[in-house]
Design a protein around this ligand. Structure first.
Ligand SMILES: [Zn+2]
Ligand SMILES: [Zn+2]
Length: 85
């Protein structure tokens, strides 16, 4: 029995930025909260809710999934579908 030596460090625990930029501070640290459709920026601590109607152009979006950045972006004007609460 030879001891198993791990050559590569386990960095799976490091939280990755989800990629969605905060409309307030621009930092990609939006995290979903316990409430559905709500996110919070852990950088500037601003809370947001995902709106179904684009604040910029008024287009209604279908929010089926909230896991990807595209679902938080208006597909018409590419504006943010997040509104500070
Ligand atoms: Zn922020
Ligand atoms: Zn729009």
């Amino acid at each position: 029995m030879e001891p198993m030596s791990k050559g590569s460090p386990d960095i799976e625990e490091v939280p990755k930025a989800p990629g969605a930029g905060c409309p307030e501070c621009g930092e990609p640290w939006l995290r979903p909260t316990q409430l559905p459709g709500r996110l919070r920026c852990v950088f500037c601590l601003t809370r947001f809710e995902i709106v179904s109607q684009c604040p910029d152009c008024g287009t209604h979006q279908t929010i089926a999934r909230m896991s990807t950045t595209e679902d938080m972006t208006c597909q018409t004007c590419t504006g943010s579908m997040l509104r500070p609460v």
